[in-house]
Design a protein around this ligand. Structure first.
Ligand code: PGA
Ligand code: MG
Length: 232
């Protein structure tokens, strides 16, 4: 293990888990790539690589579109083109959503293990809620979750703690009883600010940065490994 990597803390007194979507349960990078590049083609812009695009994923659709326009345009022109580009992207993403995405290893087993331990489950993503709901249905994951919140469910999204605190309130649990699990510093910062324990997974998208440097209660190889480190 990298010397800087935090050891995995075994979490006790946990009654619920909040699971991130993109980069944690599903590798949606190919969906993002196809939808973004269809939008860019409409604007006569060259396609971007999947790596360039996923480094912009995690802070919601508006941020993604500003960043992919920012590859070509200075800030004032990004703002001029933003609204039309976002509309185009969203219409393409609605068609593509889930067509190329794949489940990461250990997701279904991990969710099932958490349910078997009696944990209540919520999904909190910065993806727009309608896209998140459709994707969870398409991939057979929706039934694991009592609650799903998207990036447009509240005035503030991760890394703000607002959506995580809403789940704690829904479940009538203290934040210390609710673990958050995600692939990025967004998830960890939201959890720390909410007072929730947090695990990171190392295989997703972290804004192009190393997950090893993020403050969390540990890096778990999969949701199944996370489940093994959580108990009531
Ligand atoms: O920014 C997004 O659309 C995806 O974000 P997520 O990692 O919170 O699911
Ligand atoms: Mg994520």
């Amino acid at each position: 293990m990298n010397a800087a990597a935090p050891a995995i803390v075994a979490l006790k007194g946990i009654a619920a888990a909040i699971i991130d979507l993109d980069g944690t349960m599903l590798d949606t990078a190919p969906d993002f790539q196809v939808a973004v590049n269809r939008m860019r083609a409409e604007l006569d812009l060259a396609p971007l690589t999947q790596q360039t695009i996923v480094d912009f994923v995690g802070k919601g659709s508006e941020n993604l579109i500003r960043r992919v326009l920012g590859v070509d345009y200075p800030a004032p022109e990004v703002e001029q083109r933003f609204s039309a580009a976002l509309d185009s992207y969203q219409s393409h993403y609605a068609v593509v959503n889930g067509s190329y995405a794949t489940l990461y290893p250990g997701v279904v087993d991990g969710l099932q293990a958490m349910r078997d331990k009696g944990l209540r489950l919520a999904c909190v993503t910065n993806k727009p809620l309608a896209f998140a709901e459709a994707l969870l249905e398409k991939t057979g994951l929706r039934g694991y979750f009592e609650v799903v919140y998207g990036g447009d469910s509240f005035p503030l999204k991760k890394p703000d703690p607002m959506p995580l605190l809403a789940v704690c309130a829904d479940f009538q649990l203290q934040p210390a009883q609710v673990v958050a699990i995600g692939d990025s510093s967004n998830d960890a910062q939201a959890a720390r600010a909410a007072g929730c324990p947090v695990f990171n997974v190392p295989y997703g998208y972290n804004h192009g940065e190393s997950i090893q440097n993020v403050d969390s209660d540990g890096i778990v190889a999969s949701l199944l490994v996370a489940a093994q480190h959580i108990s009531h």
